[in-house]
Design a protein around this ligand. Sequence first.
Ligand SMILES: [Fe+2]
Length: 412
Amino acid sequence: MNPKAKLQPKAKLQHWDEQLRRLFGEDTYSEGPLAASGAGLRFFGLNMCGRLNPEQITFLLDALSQFRIICIAGQDLTTFSLAHFERFANYWGAPVPHPNNFLRGGKPAQSDGDSNGAFELIPFEKRRVSAVNLTFPNQLQCLPHQSPAVLLVSNFSGKITGVQDDKNPIRVSSGGSWHTDIEYEPLPIYVSMFLVHQSPVSRNALGKNWVEAPNATTPYLEGSCNELMQKRMRLPLNGETAFVDTASAFAALPSSEQLALEQIQLRRRLNQSDEGWLAPLVRTNPRSGIKSFHSPIWASRPRVRPPVEVDGMSQSKSRAFLDRLEDHVLQEQFRYDHLHRPGDITLWDNYMTLHNSPPAKVNINSVDDARLLYRLSCKGKPVLSLPRNDDPEWLETHIAGGYTTPIEIINI
Ligand SMILES: [Fe+2]
């Protein structure tokens, strides 16, 4: 680790391009940074159907550790399957089953997060999201899969094309709250990734956008100042995923404030009655040495998970302290809205970014409004060759059901 690590200056981008061509072929190239803050790098011409060699995965791991968000564009979805996607995820960490895809003690895991009941996978056909395939039967079907690690993200779920009624009019959902993925477990998710199947192409709303900005303050709890609320609610209008670069937001502060913030510990807990545990507010990336805020948010999952506390502060002081930090990181210069294109794999480091889901049309009746993505998320350490060899005890402790990707998927 380099204790004096700096964010990548633009001039160094040529180095990444040269390495890319050496490792992946002369026809490959990169584009970036994608964000004004210096975050984000997009690669073109890489085919992720095959296995990666140790030098190739080292290059990609290094790129993410420097740029916080990377996009490997243009996979051909007639050949690139969700099995290829899950194998690719295994290099980054141990894939985590999503609570939508399994039961705990016979109950949906998502709504009963503290249960340690028996772990039971739900086959795709019995998942609620399997209804997505009923929506546009001859136009859009999700890629086949059974894996509990694949989270299907869509803005449609079975409404029959062309049938709209007063009970289910087309409307625009309000978008989510700023968060990182599974920051509320003792070992948070480190990297998440989307594979894009479909992104909305209609631009019929005001300003030639997909949707108009919804006039709502959900899902936030009451009591934050107007200025912060306005920053929270300014979300992209074409189905982009909204990101914040928390490495740049940290780097922008005076060093005396950085030093003080590095001492801060947050008490996180899964449920209100839990004692919880302490987790650092500032993390150092083990590859690049870059420092960043990890989820500097008081209540990132309003009404679902309890707010965090700053160690040594009261609940009200904790809120004031973290609302001030959220106000800092949500400034325009640290923001980046990532437009999704079919076939793109987009990865982000959850310790170095925040993200949010955009407002989206729901109850749609045109495939031009469809947004369909697959998400995988990983915990633990990357590996340079597969299969992974995670300690069974570690898996039992940190990965629901001790899940590991079946060897048939690794060997595809
Ligand atoms: Fe998320």
